[in-house]
Design a protein around this ligand. Structure first.
Ligand SMILES: NC(=O)c1ccc[n+]([C@@H]2O[C@H](COP(=O)([O-])OP(=O)(O)OC[C@H]3O[C@@H](n4cnc5c(N)ncnc54)[C@H](O)[C@@H]3O)[C@@H](O)[C@H]2O)c1
Length: 252
């Protein structure tokens, strides 16, 4: 069951909106009446997501861009604000592990400068670039930002130590931006646990025993994360600077 809100007239930009949590968030906003600019890397996956939403009668716009490209992000956010005629909610969701297999914390040799550079640029500077470019429109509308972090920000590992560091830093920025943009704009984050998505880093079954580690004994569905994102953006009117852990009890 998904919560429903009346979001007609609301204008949303979702990054990483062509897959997983991002696509579920696009669907959740659009199905409740919002207009959504969908950002992702240019390509078939984004085009298919936009086509799918349009075929359902949703109001969506394709705003492709690589968040690692600072100038491209500025133009992308400008396009989104123009298409939407303003902006109410920015969902900084795009992220990458930049590796297809987990890199153990002790394996410093695989934590290369190139890995650090990609992770910092996409996972940390990407949200900064979007927030900076969208801040005026959000201040004008009295809107909200939701960042997608990760439970790996709190320890216990993730796809790599640099990945965990970018997500921990995003939680720091969530608090910084909450103070910076208050009182007009609220800024919150979700910290997902295991996600049933097309995430490029695969954890072997043997490396992680879900039944033993997750009290709810399964991965979270993309739409379960999306429901919390929609709530933080559109419903949580007295919350700012907070991170909601959505992990089936993993950290418990
Ligand atoms: N999958 C997990 O296990 C997990 C766990 C905790 C947090 N997260 C976070 O959740 C968010 C969504 O991940 P997901 O699980 O839905 O994975 P996903 O791979 O299905 O979605 C991520 C999306 O981000 C896009 N993206 C990647 N790099 C980009 C770039 N440079 N510019 C624009 N778009 C880019 C991808 O193309 C993809 O569509 C990410 O921020 C991720 O770090 C994921």
């Amino acid at each position: 069951m998904q919560p429903t809100f009346d979001l007609s007239g609301k204008r949303v930009l979702v990054t990483g909106g062509a897959s997983g949590i991002g696509l579920a968030t696009v669907r959740a906003f659009a199905a409740n009446g919002a207009a959504v600019a969908i950002n992702d890397l240019p390509g078939d996956r984004l085009d298919a997501a936009v086509d799918e939403c349009k075929s359902k009668g949703y109001t969506v716009f394709n705003v492709a861009a690589d968040l690692a490209d600072a100038d491209g992000v500025d133009a992308m956010v400008g396009n989104a604000v123009r298409h939407l005629n303003g902006l109410d909610y920015l969902i900084n969701n795009a992220g990458t592990p930049a590796t297809t297999t987990p890199i153990p914390a002790a394996d410093f040799n695989r934590q290369t400068e190139a890995l650090w550079s990609t992770l910092l640029s996409v996972n940390l500077l990407g949200p900064y670039r979007c927030t900076k470019a969208a801040s005026k429109a959000l201040l004008d509308s009295g809107g909200a930002i939701v960042n997608t972090a990760s439970v790996s920000a709190f320890g216990g590992g993730g796809s790599s130590s640099p990945y965990c560091a970018t997500k921990a830093a995003l939680l720091a920025l969530t608090r910084e931006w909450a103070r910076a943009l208050a009182p007009a704009v609220r800024v919150n984050a979700i910290a997902p646990g295991l996600v049933d998505s097309d995430w490029m880093c695969r954890f072997e079954e043997t490396e992680f025993d879900i039944a033993a580690s997750v009290p709810l004994q399964r991965q979270g569905l993309a739409q379960e994360y999306a429901g919390t994102i929609v709530f933080l953006a559109a419903g949580a009117t007295y919350m700012t600077g907070q991170t909601v852990i959505v992990d089936g009890g993993l950290l418990a």
